[in-house]
Design a protein. Structure first.
Length: 270
């Protein structure tokens, strides 16, 4: 089983490197990247889950509807990606549900930082996907956390997939910078070991970042961005399909693990 996900947020990465970027310019980058992602998914006939910020939902409602019309799942990713607040867990759900016109079941904290499990449960989410159980210098130190999905109270935790034993992270930066045959090999090994594979990307990775030196992004982010990342995602999906892997939304995965109906009323229209 493949859980493919996208943190669908306004592009704010330049701010991490001392460069100011407006919400409008950040949305332009992320909207273009989202369109490219949707084209790849449609071409391959697979579904994914899009974790959307309140900002993205309110400023790109037409893309939220395109995501839903294609049979993908919309989940929550806070409100303002750059300035997360304690109230965002509940407010994000209100905003995204209003724009989407349907109930939303999942949450992921911006940058996969810690978030209150109590707030997640109180807001009515079924699952939380805010854990990368790896060591990433300057970002994560979660080597003692569970590698695979587990329940915490009434909420299912769905961590990002890392390799067995060494816990190499297989998230977006890995696909950017590893030789793709090696990345594919690690993904297949993790899939065999765990029975499922979950990874995540961002729309702005599929924008032509190398053409914008003014963003001052480090090489590991610019590397293989834009159309090269489109091609890498396409090859990854094709490889997984060749190995008879099924692509599920996160809510479908939750329902499968808890033997409950989906209740999302989504129709798959590729």
């Amino acid at each position: 089983m493949i859980l493919l996900s996208f943190d669908t947020e306004e592009f704010d990465v330049p701010r991490e490197h001392g460069v100011s970027i407006s919400l409008a310019d950040g949305m332009k980058v992320s909207c273009e990247g989202t369109r490219r992602i949707l084209d790849v998914l449609r071409h391959n006939g697979v579904r994914a889950t899009f974790f959307c910020t309140g900002n993205f939902a309110e400023h790109a409602p037409e893309l939220i509807q395109r995501i839903l019309n294609a049979g993908h799942e919309v989940a929550c990713h806070g409100v303002d990606h750059w300035q997360p607040r304690e109230t965002d867990v509940a407010l994000s759900k209100q905003i995204v549900e209003r724009v989407a016109g349907r109930e939303v079941y999942g949450y992921r904290q911006p940058r996969m930082f810690p978030v209150s499990d109590e707030q997640i449960e109180q807001a009515g989410y079924r699952y939380n996907s805010s854990l990368n159980p790896a060591f990433v210098p300057g970002r994560y130190m979660h080597l003692t956390e569970p590698r695979t999905c587990f329940d915490k109270g009434k909420v299912m935790q769905i961590p990002a997939s890392v390799t067995p034993w060494l816990r190499l992270p297989l998230f977006w930066l890995a696909l950017h910078n590893m030789p793709q045959p090696i990345y594919h090999c690690l993904v297949r090994r993790t899939l065999r070991h765990d029975g499922y594979f979950m990874t995540y990307f961002h729309p702005w990775e599929f924008y032509d970042l190398k053409e914008h030196p003014e963003f001052r992004l480090p090489f590991i982010i610019r590397n293989n961005s834009g159309q090269q990342m489109v091609q890498r995602l396409d090859r990854l999906i094709k490889m997984l399909k060749e190995h008879d892997s099924s692509f599920l939304t996160f809510n479908e995965f939750y329902a499968l693990k808890h033997h409950t109906p989906r209740q999302d009323n989504q129709e798959f229209r590729i």
